[in-house]
Ligand binder design. Structure first.
Ligand SMILES: Cc1cc2nc3c(=O)[nH]c(=O)nc-3n(C[C@H](O)[C@H](O)[C@H](O)COP(=O)(O)OP(=O)(O)OC[C@H]3O[C@@H](n4cnc5c(N)ncnc54)[C@H](O)[C@@H]3O)c2cc1C
Length: 418
């Protein structure tokens, strides 16, 4: 029986066929977002501080463990379900949705995505044992994981080995290096880093990428640098450094060599930053409609909807939003290991459409609502600033998506010019 009742709102992904689990999770996310995250969003933005109160709510609601398999005590949500819920949260607080994504990814990559990555029997059983420890931290202790990959080099773009290294030592690994833009820095309990195995031969190879959980309190881990950015200020994405940090063998979030294969097998793993921005696009559109109707709480009830120019702008925004939702939904529904060439192209196109489109919708929202709408006590200017960040996120920045699409269309695998 389909137990969960019909939704009383249109979710950020649009009105589509949803399972009972999806309806129930979307209702939960919408309720938390409306009542808790939206009213607090200005706090994190003003102070550039981490939304810890929201993470406490996410933990209490079981949402930190959303993608931990049910057999391990989690919510057992699949990829598409996570993407829908993330968009709903992004509608109310972009910084919360984006940092929640970093946390969730560590459970999804080791969980449902890893299940679709080829491994030897020995790797599979090693992974099964280790991920149980890691899932238990999330389910039982409510631990928060971050995902600091970026180093300011071509590594996070997938074009070079990571400069952060791990050398095998008795019982574990010795980690050295530095990460930039580490969202949740100072807030996470574990940093799920990508680094290159140092084999001592001075030939670092991306195929030797390791995915390790570094406990935030391990000796040698330090957070540094200022954090005063344009948007997504609540992500608190400062620098991390690792100086001879020892992590035990059990901190391997994937067996040796498997991350590299995973990145090739499951390109949709890099699409998980997009729902935050689909949520923001919805929020900018929702705000515009309410503002033009004179329905923003606390504002004078001035209607602006009678002007044809405003009506046309709202129509344009809706057309763009429908485009974003359509390609987003198709991409999450068809996401799978080893996608076809067309599915992969569509995934790139979806990333580009959502990341650039969200900012364009926010731009139109400010232009249409007008000068009074961009005052700091209203959310629109924050949505505008936050929306600008989506296209900057590696490995699929807007530029790199164009680069991949053009190259992969004009060159077949292995093809070169003389
Ligand atoms: C709010 C926010 C939160 C973030 N959180 C995280 C996080 O939690 N974890 C994390 O790992 N990172 C995070 N990032 C970092 C992000 O993924 C990018 O690494 C970062 O924005 C790149 O900044 P950069 O100045 O080093 O850009 P650069 O690397 O200098 O790149 C500039 C642009 O050049 C292009 N480019 C880069 N490399 C290549 C190449 N090899 N070939 C062709 N073009 C290239 C890209 O389009 C890129 O946008 C976050 C970023 C933001 C804005």
């Amino acid at each position: 029986m389909d137990a969960a009742p019909a939704l009383s709102f249109t979710p950020a992904v649009g009105d589509m066929a949803l399972s009972a689990q999806q309806r129930s999770l979307l209702s939960l996310a919408n309720e938390l977002g409306r009542t808790k995250f939206a009213p607090r969003a200005h706090l994190w933005d003003e102070a550039a501080s981490f939304p810890m109160a929201n993470f406490d709510d996410l933990r209490d609601a079981g949402l930190l463990a959303l993608c931990v398999p049910q057999a391990d005590g989690g919510g057992g949500a699949d990829y598409a379900t996570y993407m829908m819920v993330a968009a709903e949260i992004g509608r109310f607080c972009g910084a919360t949705a984006l940092t929640w994504n970093m946390h969730i990814s560590s459970t999804m990559w080791t969980g449902v995505l890893a299940d679709g990555i080829p491994m030897t029997d020995a790797q599979r059983s090693e992974h099964a044992r280790r991920r149980t420890l890691h899932f238990a931290r999330v389910v039982k202790d409510g631990a928060i994981y971050a995902q600091p990959f970026s180093e300011g080099s071509a590594a996070a773009a997938g074009r070079a080995p990571f400069g952060t290294t791990a050398r095998k030592v008795e019982g574990g690994w010795l980690v050295n290096g530095r990460k930039i833009f580490a969202s949740l820095s100072g807030a996470a309990d574990y940093y799920g880093i990508l680094c290159t195995e140092d084999k001592g031969d001075a030939h670092p190879d991306a195929r030797d990428t390791l995915y390790l959980a570094v406990p935030a309190n391990a000796p040698g881990v330090a957070v540094s640098g200022d954090w005063n950015p344009l948007g997504m200020r609540g992500t608190v994405s400062r620098n991390l450094s690792f100086k001879d940090v020892f992590v035990s063998d059990d901190e391997q979030l994937m067996p040796r060599g498997v991350y590299y294969k995973g990145a090739q097998t499951w390109p949709a793993m890099f699409f998980t930053l997009a729902p935050t921005y689909l949520g923001i696009a919805n929020a900018a559109y929702d705000f515009t409609v309410a503002y033009l109707r004179g329905e923003i709480a606390g504002e004078p009830p001035v209607k602006r909807r009678m002007y044809p120019t405003k009506q046309i702008a709202v129509a344009q925004m809706r057309i763009q939003l429908e485009n974003l939702k359509s390609i987003f939904v198709r991409s999450i529904q068809e996401a799978r290991p080893q996608p076809s060439a067309d599915e992969r192209m569509r995934l790139y196109a979806a990333q580009y459409t959502v990341m650039e489109g969200a900012n364009d919708i926010a731009r139109l929202a400010i232009r249409t609502c007008g000068g009074q709408s961009m005052m700091k006590h209203l959310p629109l200017e924050r949505l505008y600033r936050d929306s600008r960040c989506g296209s900057l996120m590696l490995p699929w920045t807007a530029e790199l998506v164009l680069d991949r699409m053009g190259r992969e269309t004009l060159y077949r695998p292995g093809e070169k010019d003389e």
